[in-house]
Design a protein around this ligand. Structure first.
Ligand SMILES: [Zn+2]
Length: 305
């Protein structure tokens, strides 16, 4: 009788595992801070990863409201992926503290700082938040260079394998596919931008140095006098003069900034405002990490021609 019951229980548990797997219930639970990390994690984890992003693609990633519902997600997560470099300093530490999930805390096997091994730009000689600067460890908007996407993908891949070594070969083949796609698309994108190499551009916030370096643009000034400090009249006047002097025609802004100051500068300088996507989900044409560059390059080409 007992033997029968044991066999029944074993059979039941096997059945449960099978059902869970076939209905996707055995998926890894991943939480990422931004949608770009979510998109890359989905491309590497495939059907095996259920990936939630805390910030939307049209939200300023420096400033996100840490809602209680995110704590629940984090408390159940197997893997957590963050941009790092203090980009999310205002909202990730309180969320992680409340989630009490040692697996995804710094040093835990499910913790991923996506900035590891990224060749950083604009690293200050001394980290200081003086005058409100929010880029204290170097520019944190590194995902806007598609080749950095490959480094991010490798960091995520390593965590997936640590947490779920059984699916290593799946993650490995997805990583290979991702790298090959990025390589061939980056060739296309840089070809398209080549005729405009060296074009001077103005940006609202300093989030484009990686993009600029990859695609040969020259971002010469910002509407914000310092990263995180809203535009001031004197800064806008300085930019208007620069645009007139150097015949700069384009001001790029992100979906989460109001257009008033950019519009004012455009009106007074003869330039135009172009809203680019800084993250996946910025608008409904940007659904994946690949779309992010397809969209931005298309917008820029349209504005530059
Ligand atoms: Zn920034």
């Amino acid at each position: 009788m007992l033997k029968k019951r044991v066999r029944f229980a074993a059979g039941l548990s096997l059945l449960c595992t099978f059902l869970a797997y076939s209905y996707g219930l055995a998926q890894l639970k991943v939480v990422t801070t931004i949608t770009d990390l979510q998109s890359i994690t989905k491309l590497i984890g495939g059907e095996n990863a259920d990936v939630f992003a805390i910030a939307t693609g049209f939200q300023n990633p420096h400033f996100v409201d840490p809602k209680p519902s995110y704590i629940l997600k984090l408390s159940r997560a197997d893997v957590f992926v963050t941009v790092g470099l203090d980009l999310e300093i205002g909202w990730v530490p309180p969320l992680l503290n409340s989630a009490r999930n040692s697996k995804i805390e710094k040093g835990g096997e499910g913790y991923v700082d996506a900035s590891v091994n990224i060749p950083l730009l604009q690293v200050p000689t001394s980290a200081s938040r003086g005058q409100g600067d929010i880029h204290v460890f170097g520019n944190p908007h590194y995902w806007l260079d598609p080749l950095n996407g490959k480094i991010i993908a490798k960091n995520i891949f390593e965590a997936l394998v640590r947490v779920d070594p059984d699916h290593r070969s799946l993650y490995e083949s997805n990583l290979k596919k991702f790298n090959a796609t990025i390589d061939s698309k980056t060739k296309e994108w840089t070809e398209k931008m080549r005729p405009y190499a060296g074009t001077k551009i103005i940006a609202y916030h300093n989030e484009w140095p990686y993009f600029e370096q990859r695609f040969g643009l020259q971002i010469v000034d910002f509407l914000e006098p310092k990263p995180g400090i809203p535009p001031t009249p004197s800064q806008l006047l300085k930019v208007i003069n620069e645009m007139k002097r150097d015949r700069i025609k384009i001001i790029i802004i992100s979906p989460y900034f109001t257009t008033e100051s950019a519009d004012l500068v455009a009106r007074n300088s003869g330039g135009k405002v172009v809203t680019l996507a800084t993250s996946v989900g910025a608008n409904d044409r940007v659904k994946t990490y690949y779309d992010l560059f397809d969209y931005n390059i298309a917008q820029l080409l349209e504005a530059l021609k």
